[in-house]
Design a protein. Structure first.
Lengths: 641, 276
């Protein structure tokens, strides 16, 4: 079958806002595949165009074969570790429930390559087939383009970690094809293939490029995915009941798609972006909530980070049986997780859409290595999820139900502050080597670090900094140093309390597991024997402060006086115990460390202040509440007595 | 008889309601005062207390639990014990209430009734609670054990939700029957001096035939209780109640709600007594 030309298309299709390439387009793919839903498999051709942008001559290439991680319990993804993936017990799976990718033929320069093998660059498990090594027939010189023709079969497992099929003909093809590794210069300046095996606590990494994907399948399916549709469900000649859909995606790092007969398509638009929601019928009432969250995200990122450069955004709201494919991001294609009749006051489904959308920036446009630096996407995404949600719904953005209110950034910060052991691997630990609470550290602690930077720097200045980071690194693979650079520049350009120690702050926050906890031990005021010029008694006013953590940050202090005035000071935060003293005609009433909550990383805000005139109203409120609830509990429990 | 008249019967002898209320209040105060103490000792001098009053308390409570959670968690254990203790106390005071409703109210009737029928009330209470637990397990056990399977295989969560609501309705109906049966048993023991065994048997039989007629009234009682609950969460959210006087006012409202709820329980007893 020949890939259709534009004349054949029924749909307008321009994947990005630019006629010019947005990226270097190093890895490009053309697929022509048949989908057999009875077998949950696709088979066909993949043509890879890979540009050698290195100074090296390339004699072999490495490809990701992600689905082979789900070939059986012997893969490195599943062996050794327990057989529980995201709450799903995989023990005792039927053989047909596993999945795989099989490459039947590889051709370069009209010659079939026979020197193909599976390699294990990360462990010695020779049963693992998640990386394919191909010795080329002829070398690829710097600047040349390698063209490979592959014949392959991809069979989905019953869904594991988003990839797979579920009941009712739900099929989610993600990380489903032989995909080029990344040939890059490492931190030591050496060039080589960065193509890790698929292990736990690991996501993905790839070069930007173009995808042209033609899929033949049964007419009954609704199909959607990355990019735009050049052709949608055109009947195939001589094959009754079979149709073809062709997707085009430009300047993206991956391509994912879904096919299910039980999805309804809702189209909407925001400025230049066509938004397509694929949702089960029963979720019709959730449409505005999900699309609304996507639109607000688009606007927020436009205003605060940079323009969304693609013309499409497809959202899969998976049906219940396909929920294991939810909660994930692919280029211009995201998957959520929503429930019929979910209360409007609990906005987790909106927050999820915002989160996955934010990955279009952090993971896709700024295509960091998710395997090695997951914090560069998950942490940033969590931070922006909180920003967008609070911009949309105010301070009780996540939950506002029956008087119970929680904001996103508070929730994120609390997740970090509540970690039982905060001395686990630091934020910048290579993802798959991380030990400890991965989510609370990589997602929440990173977001809390960013929140701290924003609060010290100022919102406008922070936006300017991130816009600079985005502009400088879009369509590349940014690393830690790229981010550190812009932070240091911004803190130098806009001096603030943290500026003088920003270098150390970044090391302590990102590369260490230090804890910030500043507290006020006491406050006191007593008359002295002295008087001022007008004969007023002078008072000894004092307060003792304590640095309880090992993370040193300069903090602002606010002193509250009984005459209603306040005065501010800065403490460099270094000494374990620090005394504040003032002899004056006014009396000290209270002292607060970091009154504006700039140092969001502080793990306990309650001990940040001490007042001699506490207002016990709040405590009484909780005491009376507990009385009320105990009365209700005993009254209800005794209904049969 | 109109609903208002039925309700009024519960409040005819406010002393009866107040005795139950006082017992509950004393028990609850032991927890409330400890909560006050723990909060005071751990964050009593913090400016964060402001946050507790205005409902913006998530971060304050989170940090309090992180740092001083160990002082609060024993209170949950105490509440568990308190419930068990109150079940026994309830057998006494409820016996007294039934006795006062059946044989006439005077200043000492609640104490006489309570002491005379204590063990029989306790036995009926525990047997009925046992039946209630079996009923709840029968209704919810199969449903809950199937949820995981349904999530993988059903095309939509709609039937799970509606099925769940149907189960709540079914479970509530059954629970009302058990409540009516337990009430009838107590009437039979006190009014007709039946032995517990035969009272149980007859009470259950009567409840099957008579509960249907009582359902509208019992349903209205349920609606009233739900209304009181919702009213509280509504009032609790009012920010103007965040001053110290406001907090006191909130306490008065809460206690009024508790007192009314107990009164409504007595009204239900009086109503069911007349249905047998
Ligand atoms: Zn994410």
């Amino acid at each position: 079958m020949i890939i259709g030309l534009c004349a054949q298309s029924k749909e307008h299709c321009a994947p990005t806002i630019s006629e010019e390439p947005l990226s270097e387009r190093l890895a490009n793919y053309i697929f022509d595949i048949d989908f057999d839903h009875e077998l949950h498999a696709v088979s066909g051709n993949e043509k890879i165009f890979w540009k050698n942008n290195s100074p090296d001559t390339i004699s072999f290439v490495r490809l990701y074969m992600y689905l082979n991680a789900f070939k059986g319990p012997e893969s490195s993804y599943l062996s050794g570790a327990n057989m529980n993936v995201m709450g799903q017990d995989l023990r005792g799976r039927a053989p047909e429930d596993w999945g795989y990718i099989q490459v039947d033929k590889v051709i370069q320069d009209d010659q079939t390559i026979t020197d193909i093998s599976y390699v294990q660059p990360d462990d010695d498990n020779d049963q693992d087939e998640s990386v394919l090594h191909i010795n080329l027939v002829s070398d690829i010189l710097p600047g040349e383009t390698l063209i490979l023709d592959l014949e392959f079969v991809s069979k989905l497992p019953r869904t594991i970690a988003r990839s797979g099929y579920a009941d009712h003909d739900f099929n989610h093809f993600v990380h489903w094809y032989p995909k080029m590794g990344v040939y890059e210069e490492d931190k030591e300046g050496d060039w080589g293939w960065n193509c890790h095996q698929f292990l736990r606590q690991m996501e993905f990494y790839g070069d930007h490029g173009n995808y042209d994907v033609t899929i033949e399948l049964d007419d009954k399916f609704v199909i959607g995915g990355s990019g735009c549709r050049q052709m949608y469900k055109e009947p195939v000649t001589d094959k009754p009941g079979r149709v073809e859909t062709r997707f085009i995606a430009h300047d993206v790092i991956d391509f994912g798609w879904v096919a299910s007969p039980n999805l309804v398509e809702y189209d909407d638009e925001w400025h230049h972006v066509e938004i397509r929601l694929l949702s089960p019928k029963s979720h019709a009432s959730l449409r505005d909530r999900l699309i609304g969250a996507a639109k607000h995200s688009l606007q927020y990122f436009e205003d605060h980070v940079g323009t969304y450069p693609y013309n499409t955004l497809t959202i899969l709201d998976p049906p219940l049986h396909g929920l294991r494919s939810g909660f994930m991001e692919y280029p211009t294609y995201i998957t959520g997780g929503a429930f019929y009749s979910f209360p409007k006051g609990v906005r987790s489904m909106e927050s999820l859409i915002v989160h996955e959308f934010a990955h279009q920036y952090f993971m896709q446009i700024l295509a960091n290595n998710e395997k090695e630096d997951p914090w560069l996407d998950e942490g940033f995404v969590t931070f922006y999820e909180d920003c967008v949600m609070e911009d949309m719904h105010g301070s009780s953005s996540l939950i506002d139900l029956f008087g119970y209110k929680v904001g996103n950034s508070t929730f994120t910060r609390n997740e970090y502050a509540s970690m039982s052991n905060k001395r686990t691997s630091p934020i910048t630990t290579v993802g798959y080597k991380f030990i400890g609470d991965y989510k609370a550290t990589i997602y929440s602690k990173t977001a809390t670090v960013l929140q701290t930077l924003k609060r010290y720097l100022g919102a406008v200045q922070f936006d300017e900094m991130i816009k600079g980071y985005f502009e400088a690194n879009m369509f590349t693979h940014p690393r830690k140093d790229d981010f550190i650079k812009v932070v240091k520049e911004a803190f130098a350009q806009y001096p603030n309390t943290l500026s003088s120690s920003i270098d150390q702050f970044l090391i302590d926050a990102l590369d260490e597991s230090k804890i910030v906890d500043y507290s006020v031990i006491n406050v006191g005021s007593a008359p002295s024997d002295e008087t001022d010029d007008s004969g007023n008694t002078l008072y000894h006013n004092w307060s003792n402060l304590e640095r309880k953590g090992d993370f040193i940050v300069p903090v602002e202090l606010r002193l509250y006086w009984t005459d209603g005035t306040t005065s501010d000071q800065v403490w460099d935060g270094k000494d374990p115990i620090y005394g504040v003293y003032e002899l004056s005609a006014r009396q000290l009433r209270a002292l607060e460390i970091d009154p504006e909550r700039k140092l969001f990383l502080d793990i306990d805000f309650n001990n940040n202040s001490y007042t001699l005139a506490p207002d016990n109203g709040g405590i009484w409120k909780y005491a009376t509440r507990s009385i009320y609830w105990v009365q209700n509990i005993v009254q209800s429990a005794s209904f049969l007595m | 008889m109109g609903l208002m008249q039925i309700i009024k019967r519960g409040f005819e002898n406010p002393r009866l309601v107040s005795i139950v209320y006082a017992i509950q209040l004393i028990l609850a105060m032991t927890i409330g005062l400890q909560v006050y103490q723990v909060f005071g000792a751990s964050i009593g001098n913090s400016l964060s207390l402001e946050g507790l009053k205005v409902g913006d308390a998530h971060m304050v409570i989170n940090d309090l639990l992180n740092t001083h959670g160990a002082s609060l968690s024993p209170l949950l254990g105490q509440v568990r014990w308190m419930v068990i203790v109150y079940l026994i106390v309830a057998a006494f005071v409820h016996g007294g209430i039934w006795h006062s409703l059946i044989n006439g109210y005077d200043k000492v009737s609640i104490w006489i009734g309570g002491s005379t029928y204590f063990f029989r009330m306790l036995m009926i209470g525990f047997i009925m609670s046992f039946i209630f637990i079996i009923w709840s397990t029968l209704v919810w056990g199969p449903y809950l054990s199937k949820i995981r399977y349904w999530m993988e295989h059903l095309p939509s969560e709609e039937p799970i939700l509606w099925g769940g609501i149907a189960m709540v309705v079914l479970w509530s109906f059954g629970s009302i029957f058990i409540f009516v049966a337990s009430s009838f048993c107590k009437v039979l023991v006190i009014r007709d001096q039946e032995k517990v065994g035969s009272a149980l048997w007859k009470g259950i039989k009567k409840s099957i035939t008579k509960t249907w007629k009582c359902l509208p009234v019992l349903f209205l009682f349920f609606v009233l209780l739900a209304f009181l609950y919702l009213m509280h969460s509504f009032v609790d959210d009012w920010t103007f109640l965040s001053t110290t006087i406001g907090v006191f006012l909130l306490f008065v409202i809460q206690q009024l709600i508790v007192w009314i709820k107990i009164g409504l329980r007595v009204s239900t007893y009086a109503y069911l007594k007349d249905r047998l």
